[in-house]
Design a protein around this ligand. Structure first.
Ligand SMILES: NC(=O)c1ccc[n+]([C@@H]2O[C@H](COP(=O)([O-])OP(=O)(O)OC[C@H]3O[C@@H](n4cnc5c(N)ncnc54)[C@H](OP(=O)(O)O)[C@@H]3O)[C@@H](O)[C@H]2O)c1
Length: 312
């Protein structure tokens, strides 16, 4: 079968390789015929060498998202059978950009007939991260008329976060390149700030939640612009040194920092896909490439905005 693999971070070489298909599913595993996956910021970070484990383990199968059809199941699988359409989040081993992949049933949810598998392939990692950052780490649902700032708003996580924050009744300010302003307003952003003016818009605004998807902010600089009880949520953990700066005063104001660690929770996947099926959440697909064209798409640096789908 075919699989998109990264061969060494120095060369940044991505190839569509012929590889052995997965063995028969064991225990609670499903063998899924992949319909679509997507390129996430995490795949791109692997390419940049920001996650060094790939350099040690030889060719690394890219793709953390999967949408497709169950073709076989392990003996301990209770919830799915052959022919079911599912979407899921693969673990740190990746492998979604391939003809077939093994995934435990605990990492998938059913894909309703109303949702296009190509769109579902762009939902898991970015959608779950946005959902869990906003409603888990930042407790958005417990805040009244919150003001939310999304940095990196045109990216995969950001473009879901803008919509999910809006659905939660927030006033949303998106930080992105100037040329993305119209597109982000269309997704629901109330205001768009030009990222060339810095990741934190001026004007003395107080935010209840700041979601920093490219992890460019420091608690010490954001703290004064967070409302009492506000939260800065990042996609990467900040160092203890960065956190200590100003932490005492911020603690008194109940300001907190959280780093989101995305989990493959089936209930969250089901929630996202229900929103999509109901037409309340848009999968921000801005490009589609066939599996055979994935290597070129990586060379071009991914989607630029929204989600780039790899259609198998
Ligand atoms: N902790 C976890 O469990 C977890 C889970 C998922 C993802 N992540 C991480 O989260 C990050 C974002 O993922 P993603 O899929 O959303 O990536 P993405 O689609 O590449 O989006 C990142 C966005 O951030 C923007 N950006 C980059 N540098 C910026 C800056 N200095 N100021 C303002 N905006 C900036 C990018 O704009 P341009 O492209 O125009 O530069 C892009 O729109 C990645 O590093 C990923 O590895 C972590």
């Amino acid at each position: 079968m075919r699989a998109v693999r990264l061969h060494g971070v120095r060369s940044r070489r991505v190839c569509v390789d012929e590889v052995l298909p997965p063995r028969a599913p064991r225990a609670d595993q499903l063998l899924v015929r992949v319909a679509a996956s997507s390129v996430n910021g995490t795949d791109l970070r692997l390419l940049r060498g920001a996650v060094p484990v790939t350099a040690l383990r030889g060719p690394f199968p890219l793709g953390f998202d999967v949408a497709g059809e169950v073709v076989a199941r392990g003996p301990a699988v209770t919830s799915y059978e052959a022919g079911d359409r599912v979407l899921g989040l693969l673990d740190h081993g990746g492998g979604g950009q391939a003809d077939r992949v093994l995934v435990p049933q605990s990492r998938v949810a059913l894909l309703p007939a109303a949702v296009d598998p190509a769109e579902a392939g762009a939902l898991p990692l970015a959608g779950l991260t946005a959902l869990q950052a906003l409603h888990g780490a930042a407790a958005l649902h417990a805040r009244r008329s919150p003001r939310v700032l999304v940095v990196g708003a045109a990216g995969g996580i950001g473009s879901y976060a803008v919509q999910l924050a809006k659905l939660a009744g927030a006033h949303v300010t998106a930080v992105a390149r100037r040329e993305q302003a119209g597109w982000l307003r269309d997704l629901g952003a109330d205001e768009v700030a030009d990222r060339d003016d810095g990741p934190l818009p001026g004007g003395g605004e107080r935010w209840d939640v700041v979601l920093d998807t490219p992890a460019v902010l420091r608690l010490a600089e954001v703290g004064p612009q967070l409302a009492d009880g506000g939260a800065l949520v990042s996609t990467v953990p900040l160092s203890a040194d960065v956190l200590r700066a100003g932490a005492g005063r911020l603690r008194r104001r109940r300001v907190r920092f959280a780093a989101v660690r995305t989990r493959a929770r089936p209930a969250d996947l089901a929630r996202l896909v229900r929103l999509v099926a109901a037409g309340r959440l848009r999968v921000p697909v801005t490009g589609r490439v066939p599996l055979a064209g994935a290597a070129a798409a990586y060379a071009d640096g991914g989607a630029g905005r929204g989600k780039l789908v790899v259609v198998i």
